[in-house]
Ligand binder design. Sequence first.
Ligand SMILES: [Zn+2]
Length: 84
Amino acid sequence: MEKCEYCQSEKVITDLQISDLGMNSSDEKMQIILQTNPYGFWNKGNKHHPVSSTICCSCGKIQLHLKDPESLWNDYQLMKQAEE
Ligand SMILES: [Zn+2]
């Protein structure tokens, strides 16, 4: 059982994706967007990395984490190479 590291409550919901209302009131999931090919003319190599959250329903603390941090790091290396 996961506990809140702040208040030790067990009323914790894990792996929830946070949504926001984007343009045209579309339901946008929170994510990191990174361009692996920033100088591309048509295709900038946008990579979307979903952000997930752990929420404590006792104290309200929300922790954010990436679903796949290794993949973001790899895309970041590609972006760095493209900038050189
Ligand atoms: Zn808590």
